[in-house]
Structures are given as structure tokens and as C-alpha cells.
Design a protein around this ligand. Sequence first.
Ligand code: UVW
Length: 318
Amino acid sequence: MTNPAPDLTDLLKDSPSNWGKWGPDDEVGSLNYLGPEQVIAAAGLIRSGKVFPIQRLIGDPKGDPVWPSRKPAVRTQLLDESTWDSDDAPAFPGGLHYADDKIEAFLQGSTQYDALGHVWYGGKLWNGYDARTTVGGMDKASVRPIADRGVVGRAVLLDMARFLGKDYLESAETYTHDDLLACAAKQGVELRKRDIIIIRTNYLALFHKLGDAFYEDFCEPGLQYSPELVQWFADMEIPNLVTDTIANEVTTDPDTGVALTLHNALMRNLGIAFTEIVDLEALAADCAEDGVYEVFYAAAPLKVDRGSGSPVNPIVIK
Ligand code: UVW
């Protein structure tokens, strides 16, 4: 019989924590590392004026990849030119016609920011807030404080797929902070304190290639937990981890069997913001061509009161 997965409370009992570092009421965690100094320095990286919005399409005719228990957004057309075929269509002075539509969507069902309180264990969220504050909506560490402040800074694209000489990483493939450093060295870019880290795996190319089989034995590739990796993120004061996978880390740790360990070690304990399901293809192709991997990054999720996450279209400028 295989050993049961350890409880996160035990696994992470000695893991570094930033709780209390920015006061008892803080709800944006390591994003506090991005102040005016970082914004001004990042603005200096804008040289060619090339702009890359890195949100994935919502309503892709080929399908939208989502975490297995979620459903892609459904967009419904409510008003269009055919509305005015009917005699009881609204009549506006001057003959105005217009289109209206709505979407029903998981707030975590597309390119998104997770609220810092999105995951927890042991009854406590980021900064020690009680997990009961999530009941019926996030009273603490919701996505709104992130939306209210915005995220701007120097980001470095780490193209792990190109670095490993692959079109895309495979299911359950793992990598470490040492691999990130090796990738940065090969790309000729320095990883600095307070950098936003953007990682390309191109794994979601498999979503369109495999169809329904994509979800069989679902285990995304990604960073794998180790105490050293968590300490590195803490020491580097990383404010934001951005990847092109659904959950930013290997889904199930191959050594411990624990699911989403880094959501807890990095987001819950260190307050690092997670941005997931971004589309890095155009940006990565451009970086491969000009060799410039340090970029200006700006993003703000939608201001959703008590939301556990929100769609976002981050902008990268070179
Ligand atoms: C879960 O936390 C389950 O998913 P994600 O962070 O990818 O939204």
C-alpha cells in the first residue's frame, strides 16, 4: 500500500511565511514589493514599443482549457440585428439598434488572478485570516485589493519549453528554481529581486491537440515543491508568478502525492500572487527573435467584490 499524502500542515510546518510582514490587515502580500521604485525601473525597459496582451481568448471556438471541476465561460447573445425583425423590438428615437450579450463564467475559468485567499489549509488563509471568512464570499484576501492596487513591475520571461528544446512540456513534468536560473542564464537575462516571473511551458497546446483525453489522469507540468525552492522565492521577494498552465505548478507532487503544494507554500504563506492560463506564444516568439527577455508588465484583475479570483488581460511591453 502506498503511503497517504502528508497533511499540508505537517509538510509546510517549517516553511517560510510573510504573515504579519505588512501588518495585520494586509490583503496583497508580496505585491507590496512592487512600489514606485520598481514601477519606474520597469518603465525603463520599454524600448521597442511592442505590446503583448497575454490573455487567452475567452470563447475560443476550439475550446477553453479550465481546471477539471470548472466549465468554460458561456457567452449568450441577447440582442442583435435579428431582434429588430420582431414588431415588439425596442424602438429608440433615431432608429438605434445595438448588440448585447452576457457571459456566465467561473472567475477562475480563463486567464486570471487568484485572490491570495483562494487556497488554504489548517483553517487559515493568507496573513492568518480565518478560513470561515470565505463563507458566502471572501471577506478577507479577496481579489479586490489586488484589483484596487494593480500590478506593475519588471518581469522576466523564462521560456522553459524552448530551453528544454521541446514544443511543450509533458504531463507531470517538473522543474525547479535551479532550472529557472539555468534557463535565465541560457537566455542571457538576469533574474533580480522583486521580479515578476513569467514561465512558458506551452503545455496547453495539448488541450487542443488531445481533446477530451487532455483531462485523463490530469497532471499539469510545473514547478515542484521543495523547501529550497520556497526559500528561494522568499529570498528573491518574488511578487507574482505567471504561467501558461491552469495552475502554475505540477498538479500532484510526484514525491509526496500532495495537490497544489505551491499554491499554499507560495500564495497562502508568502503572499505571492498567482496569474494563470496566460498566452505566451506571441511574446515568446518575439523574445526568441530579439533575445530580450526582460519586459515591462502591467495587469489589474477586475474589481469583483468578495471574489476569489478574476479574469485579467495582462499587458507586456518591450
Ligand atoms: C485551484 O486552485 C484549484 O485552481 P487555480 O489556482 O488554477 O484556479
